[in-house]
Design a protein around this ligand. Structure first.
Ligand SMILES: Cc1cc2nc3c(=O)[nH]c(=O)nc-3n(C[C@H](O)[C@H](O)[C@H](O)COP(=O)(O)OP(=O)(O)OC[C@H]3O[C@@H](n4cnc5c(N)ncnc54)[C@H](O)[C@@H]3O)c2cc1C
Ligand SMILES: *[C@@H]1O[C@H](CO)[C@@H](O)[C@H](O)[C@H]1NC(C)=O
Ligand SMILES: *[C@@H]1O[C@H](CO)[C@@H](O)[C@H](O)[C@H]1NC(C)=O
Ligand SMILES: *[C@@H]1O[C@H](CO)[C@@H](O)[C@H](O)[C@H]1NC(C)=O
Length: 600
């Protein structure tokens, strides 16, 4: 069957209209909470991330699992591991990190996984000292609500609230700000308790307090779980405040010239760039006094509950457009999605709904969201869109952190690539385009050594590892340009394996981190092959199809999928890149830059 682009784009529009209508109706309802990351059957237990699939699609088998609820139980778990020479990793209730960092590895009887799911009892607020001390398993939303009740605010947080305090600081999670201490949560950490292996006389495990000026805190703030178990975190707070937020949906012609100014003028600025739509969305976001009227919230569209059939039909549509090689169908979807986002201001609400800019609300309601997380026993038909128990969204997430002064050139390069074949970015624009955020220089050894600009983008991941994706060459080129031409640093909690190649060389204080690690955990109890692979930026062996899933950069056609017409070729703008590009051997009348011509 051959479908015309017009027909495909009609299909895309019809599906989207249905999706949008249903979203609007169910958008505020609660949902089935995400699954536990550890699932067991009669023979074994397996750890997964929240997407249900690791980068390499291999299982992480867990041999012993414990759920301590007090600091002493945590200490006893570490003591048990020390006595028995076990490898140890910690995982939070939902495990939202994409790389396999929380997998302890090793064979049966040789490792222990500690879950912080039940370790979330204590939140102590020192109102006059403006500090909160919190158990590492405390969910971000619980912390924010408690702090706001006390009339205070946590200034920095990731946009997604389904994370634990211990997990989010361990991977350098962030919001967006160049003001004050900046957008990274770890730069608001002013103390920490760490549980480390100990001598027999110490009961095989000890609790170490790292105060504000302890040099080890610079290693422990962002540690990828490799320095010991974080039991408590002290975070600095500020007096409660509100924010006033407006989005400007406008053209994208000047992003590269104005991003610095935008971030300097607005405390919580960000920019979302939809390259195929030639649209930039500037977030004007400033602090306002508490007595400013307004009780709005940001309930980000992408983090709302979706009905299962809707999530599944969006996935089915994407899959269909992939199989049909319909770039125009994808562009129609991207266009409809963007129109809807503009209509509902991405999920900002003045009250029950969005009625107009600016939306003013408390910091605790404006920074971070995730309404799809909360359970209602009566609504098991609603989930987060990527819930692995349904056939919903399945995607990659690339997040590159650029030195601020190189970012403009990156944008210029992406624009060149976009202008060669404008529609090839539609696949990214169906998700959130390129989300651009701002981070300040950090003293954390694995934090950003200089003021930086972060870019994230999501894109379709196929259900099967050897299935190539539409325009994957374009996204691979952008990815390699970011990490190897501009030497951007990968976000520790996101990305495909190739992004971490030689990452250790990008951190001037990397050796200091390793020195601290060797001092605190001389036996390497908290290291595994998986965390080593990431932190040391190990390349690993290449195999057939490895480039399709970002497990390698191709150097031969076999690393792509020549049987399906995907071969290894140089990038178009960044010629050092090596990407998997569609070149069907029967390319007689084929117009390679415009796959739609094939199905007209
Ligand atoms: C939908 C979505 C949106 C996101 N949005 C953002 C965003 O806006 N900004 C951003 O920066 N990130 C974002 N992330 C990434 C997220 O912030 C990180 O993945 C974060 O690390 C997840 O925290 P977690 O509690 O799930 O940790 P986990 O995934 O459970 O663990 C993360 C790491 O920390 C270690 N760890 C956890 N707890 C402890 C502890 N107590 N002691 C020692 N080590 C520990 C684990 O071993 C692992 O290495 C997003 C992720 C998703 C899925
Ligand atoms: C698992 O670890 C705990 C320590 O938390 C220990 O008490 C228990 O005996 C272990 N179980 C197995 C099967 O090793
Ligand atoms: C953490 O904060 C609490 C309460 O303010 C304080 O008593 C404690 O000493 C702090 N710990 C560290 C390590 O900074
Ligand atoms: C808010 O409070 C300040 C004093 O703290 C006052 O000057 C200002 O007028 C108040 N604004 C409103 C809108 O009430």
């Amino acid at each position: 069957m051959r479908l015309s682009p017009a027909c495909l784009s009609r299909i895309g529009r019809v599906v989207l209209v249905v999706v949008v209508t249903v979203l609007a109706v169910v958008g505020t309802a609660t949902a089935m909470p995400p699954p536990s990351p550890v699932t067991c059957d009669s023979s074994r237990c397996v750890l997964q991330n929240s997407y249900g699939v690791w980068g390499d699609r291999r299982d992480c088998v867990i041999h012993n699992l414990t759920y301590p609820s007090t600091e002493e139980d945590l200490r006893l778990a570490v003591a048990y591991a020390t006595r028995n020479h076990l490898k140890v990793k910690v995982v939070s209730k939902f495990s939202h990190t994409i790389p396999k960092l929380a997998c302890p590895g090793e064979g049966a009887g040789r490792s222990l996984l500690i879950s912080t799911e039940k370790y979330s009892n204590n939140i102590e607020i020192d109102t006059s000292g403006l500090v909160v001390r919190v158990d590492a398993g405390v969910p971000l939303r619980m912390l924010i609500d408690r702090v706001e009740e006390a009339g205070l605010s946590l200034v920095a947080a990731p946009y997604w609230e389904g994370v634990s305090v211990g997990g989010l600081i361990s991977t350098g999670a962030h919001g967006s700000s160049w003001w004050g201490k900046g957008g990274s949560v770890h730069d608001h950490v002013v103390g920490m308790s760490l549980i480390l292996p100990g001598k027999q006389s110490e009961g095989y495990a000890k609790i170490v307090e790292l105060a504000r000026n302890d040099p080890l805190l610079k290693a422990a703030k962002v540690s990828l779980g490799m320095l010991g178990v974080i039991s408590k975190v002290n975070l600095s707070l500020e007096r409660g405040f509100k924010r006033s937020v407006s989005y400007d949906f406008t053209d994208d012609s000047r992003i590269e010239d104005v991003y610095t100014d935008h971030a300097m003028k607005h405390e919580f600025a960000d920019i979302t760039w939809y390259p195929s739509r030639h649209t930039a969305v500037y977030r004007y976001d400033d602090r306002v006094p508490l007595n400013t009227s307004g009780d709005g919230e940001f309930d980000f569209l992408g983090f709302r509950s979706n009905s299962v059939p809707i999530s599944e039909s969006v996935r089915a549509t994407e899959k269909f457009l992939e199989n049909a090689r319909s770039v125009s169908g994808k562009c129609a979807l991207a266009s409809t999605t963007l129109t809807y986002k503009k209509l509902i201001a991405n999920g900002l609400k003045n009250g029950l709904i969005f009625t107009g800019y600016p939306v003013i609300g408390h910091q605790g309601k404006m920074q971070t969201s995730g309404s799809c997380l909360y359970s209602s026993p009566s609504r098991t038909d609603l989930t987060c869109a990527w819930d692995p128990r349904i056939n919903g969204l399945f995607f990659y997430e690339t997040t590159a952190i650029f030195p601020a002064n190189k970012f403009g050139d990156f944008i210029r390069d992406v624009k060149k690539l976009r202008d060669m074949i404008p529609d090839n970015f539609c696949g990214v624009d169906i998700y959130n385009g390129l989300l651009i955020r701002f981070l300040r220089a950090s003293d954390a050894y694995l934090g950003q050594p200089e003021d930086s600009v972060v870019v994230d983008f999501n894109y379709y991941r196929a259900s099967q590892p050897l299935t190539p994706r539409l325009n994957q060459d374009v996204l691979e080129e952008v990815e390699q340009m970011a990490f190897f031409k501009y030497l951007a640093r990968p976000h520790w909690a996101k990305n495909r394996k190739l992004a971490f190649q030689d990452v250790n060389r990008k951190y001037p204080n990397f050796e200091k981190f390793i020195k601290a690690k060797n001092q605190l955990d001389p036996q390497g109890m908290f290291s595994s092959e998986w965390s080593d692979e990431i932190v040391y930026g190990i390349r690993g062996d290449k195999f057939d199809g490895c480039a399709l899933e970002g497990q390698c950069i191709c150097s031969e056609d076999q690393h792509c999928n020549p049987d399906k017409g995907y071969v290894c070729e140089p990038g178009r703008i960044y010629s050092e890149a090596r990407v998997c590009r569609y070149r069907p051997s029967s390319a007689t009348t084929e117009q390679l830059s415009s796959p739609d011509s094939r199905i007209e």
